[in-house]
Ligand binder design. Structure first.
Ligand SMILES: NC(=O)c1ccc[n+]([C@@H]2O[C@H](COP(=O)([O-])OP(=O)(O)OC[C@H]3O[C@@H](n4cnc5c(N)ncnc54)[C@H](O)[C@@H]3O)[C@@H](O)[C@H]2O)c1
Length: 324
């Protein structure tokens, strides 16, 4: 049995669906502050509760035969983390300690962590590999960086084994459209563009059109959600067969600009998308592109989605038939 914290959220629910289809038994712990019970109703046992509650964690570890924990639960709004850092340090770091300590109490050793490219801060070079300096530029990125440091220390001191996966930008949905991205508020670019195409929003704001990039807009690395799910599965197999603790980037190694994303969404949706050009936002690096060579060679990870329009088609299918 695998315990998946935050499994009712966007990335977690896609992992749970993927692992369930491969025969894994999963218990999800999610307080549903941002998650959706419907997203896991066919694929896992859902326990509604907070990961910061040691009593609940003890009950879970006692009731279920948990062999490993995959830890997606966190708050993930960068802007909010700047305005209300206490909320982020507490939930993402202090509550993660509660999960790790419960694992130690119950002799559960294998942990997979949703880290982020936000731990790197401003890029010194592109593509960014795992050796890139880590200097986060917002409290959200710091919470993820702190947890990475805690994992190293827990591993040294208590023998915990971990894999931290540093995702770049997660996008897309299950190709059959039964689960997908549903954040409230939504801040991610692709759903915002597609909701504009559907007429649910008047326009898509493009923040900064004068960056030193070919079309002046920011470039990001958009990785499909099922490729992220596959990487978790491979990371779990590696840990369970004695692999060492490690950090891996998950990205496509390709950059797509905001304008390119809009053009691709117009093509996939067949609808014109109104753009509103706005000033640059503070703290937005012009380019973030991963090197994922390490995950490919050590995990045997083979991302299936390398065509950006194909990725958008999965998100469009979801966006046009959303269930939650
Ligand atoms: N979306 C991305 O592009 C991206 C990129 C890098 C890293 N990440 C990380 O991946 C993870 C999942 O991101 P997501 O986009 O699926 O976010 P999400 O908000 O959809 O999912 C997070 C889930 O965690 C739950 N949760 C939060 N705090 C909790 C708590 N104290 N107890 C129990 N449940 C709690 C929420 O209800 C939600 O269901 C997060 O850790 C995020 O920081 C996401």
């Amino acid at each position: 049995m695998i315990l998946v914290t935050g499994g009712a959220g966007y990335i977690g629910s896609h992992y749970v669906d993927y692992a369930h289809k491969k025969g894994s038994e999963i218990v999800v712990l999610d307080n549903l502050v941002y998650g959706h019970a419907e997203a896991v109703k066919d694929s896992a046992t859902l326990i509604r509760g907070d990961m910061g509650d040691p009593k609940l964690l003890d009950e879970l570890f006692t009731q279920y035969k948990i062999e490993a924990v995959i830890h997606f639960a966190a708050y993930a709004y960068v802007g909010e983390s700047v305005k209300d850092p206490a909320k982020y340090y507490k939930n993402n770091t202090v509550c993660t300690l509660a999960v790790l300590d419960a694992m130690l109490r119950h002799n559960v050793n294998n942990f997979i962590f949703s880290s982020s490219c936000a731990t790197y801060g401003n890029p010194h070079y592109i593509p960014m590999d795992e050796a890139h300096p880590q200097d986060p530029i917002n409290p959200y990125g710091e919470t993820k960086f702190f947890v990475e440091k805690i994992l190293k220390a827990y591993s040294r001191a208590y023998g915990l084994k971990y894999t931290a996966l540093r995702y770049f930008n997660a996008v897309g949905a299950a190709p059959d459209g039964h689960i997908g991205e549903s954040h409230d508020p939504e801040t991610h670019l692709l759903p915002l563009i597609l909701q504009t195409a559907l007429g649910k929003r008047d326009s898509i704001s493009v923040f900064g059109t004068d960056y030193d990039t070919p079309d002046g807009t920011c470039i990001r690395d958009y990785i499909h959600i099922l490729d992220i799910a596959q990487a978790h599965d491979l990371a779990m197999q590696r840990l369970q067969s004695g692999g060492e603790s490690a950090f891996y980037n998950l990205g496509t190694e390709k950059g797509t600009s905001v304008r390119e994303a809009i053009v691709a969404c117009e093509k996939v949706s067949g609808k014109p998308i109104k753009v509103k050009e706005e000033p640059r936002r503070e703290g937005d690096p012009p380019r973030l592109v991963a090197s994922a060579a390490k995950a490919k060679s050590e995990l045997g990870w083979k991302p299936a989605y390398d065509d950006f329009e194909e990725i958008i088609r999965t998100a469009w299918e979801w966006e046009t038939h959303r269930r939650y």
